[in-house]
Design a protein around this ligand. Structure first.
Ligand SMILES: *Cc1c(COP(=O)(O)O)cnc(C)c1O
Length: 354
């Protein structure tokens, strides 16, 4: 740290993304990317758009927002496009929290929430998950503040039904409730249909997972027009060109090819269910997942030891070194071939650890 860095950031602990190894070739199951390439239409559109990079992107992202709004069934003034959904989440912390208006989220959830809170000087309350790793909805309902809830949750993979989310919305009439639907396309239930009914609901979605576009950085906020207007003010006060031309074109291309996305999601769900069964058969405890990852532990080997053993064999998964999570690993659902590799290595490791 230089002596010029303002002291309000001196204690900031940044979010630690999963490793993105550049040298060694891994079976990469650590950051919940799709094992499948983006839609051909997305790729072709991005390539063509590269010829026009001398021009700024459309600061209103009009065509992209129209296409996305139509896909999710809202009107265009009820959506805003961002540079990944991380950006819309940061805007939500900025817009709807402050020193006098805390944030509230589960103690085990997306690791970026406490980082955004700290970045913006926002106090927060963490509500412990129940012993079975489900979200304590009553706890969220009874705690004042702007609610941030990943549904399905990460890294547990467990989803809440929309009826439970409604309880939270009704318990917080004077707070925004942000529902982070990064994984909703893998079997969860979206809250977007509640938007006409709740002025305090903001839903976030991303193209990073189900649409195979993590590297493009595209996310959305979805909510009533008044909320979107708030968020536009923040976007236009930071970076009006937050979505670049190639990503915008790729996003429109992907939305014109929704059958491709749906097909990939179905495949991932099928692969997930098969892999979960096989993991259980060899002794793992696997949480019930509605996402593109599995959260699992084995009684015969510690979480970190298993992570290391897989790493040495060229299989990369995500380990979280915190007291409640350290026994587990989060394993992205890859292609069936990648899952075979994973299972073959796991069986060998378990054999060695007998
Ligand atoms: C991946 C993820 C995001 C955001 O990812 P972006 O790539 O920034 O869109 C948000 N929330 C959760 C829970 C995630 O897992």
């Amino acid at each position: 740290m230089s002596r010029f860095f303002h002291q309000r950031y001196a204690d900031l602990i940044p979010y630690v993304p999963g490793e993105q190894p550049q040298e060694r070739k891994f079976v990469k199951l650590n950051t919940n990317e799709s094992p499948y390439p983006p839609s051909k239409r997305a790729v072709a559109a991005a390539k063509a758009e590269a010829e026009r990079l001398e021009l700024y992107s459309d600061p209103t992202a009009k065509k992209l927002c129209e296409a996305f709004a139509q896909t999710v069934g809202v009107s265009p003034d009820e959506v805003m496009a961002t540079n990944g959904s991380d950006e819309i989440l940061n805007f939500a912390f900025m817009a709807y929290c402050g020193k006098d208006h805390p944030a509230v989220f589960p103690d085990i959830t997306y690791g970026f929430y406490p980082v955004f809170a700290n970045l913006n000087g926002i106090p927060y309350t963490e509500i412990p998950l129940r012993d079975d790793f489900t979200v304590d909805v009553d706890g969220l309902c009874g705690t004042p503040g702007t609610v941030f809830l990943a549904n399905p949750n990460a890294p547990t993979g467990i989803a809440l039904p929309v009826s439970e989310i409604e309880k939270v919305l009704q318990a917080h009439p004077n707070d925004i409730v942000v529902i982070d639907e990064a994984y909703v396309d893998f079997g969860g239930e979206s809250c977007v249909r509640l938007i006409p009914k709740y002025e305090n609901l903001l839903v976030t979605q991303t193209f990073s997972k189900s649409r195979s576009m993590a590297g493009a950085r595209l996310g959305f906020g979805i909510g009533q027009a008044a909320l979107i207007a708030d968020l536009q003010t923040l976007r236009n006060s930071t970076n009006p060109y937050n979505v670049n031309r190639m990503t915008m074109a790729a996003g429109i291309g992907a939305l014109a090819d929704e059958e491709y996305t749906e097909g990939n999601c179905k495949t991932v769900i099928r692969t997930r269910e098969r892999t979960a069964e096989e993991l259980k058969r060899i002794g793992f405890r696997v949480l019930p997942s509605k996402t593109n990852f599995l959260f699992a532990k084995h009684p015969a080997i510690g979480g970190y030891e298993l992570y290391r053993a897989l790493y040495d064999r060229g299989v990369l998964v995500r380990h979280f070194n915190t007291p409640k999570l350290k026994d587990y690993n989060r394993i992205t659902v890859g292609s069936p071939e990648q899952m075979e590799e994973l299972l073959r290595n796991l069986k060998e490791i378990l054999e060695e650890n007998k």
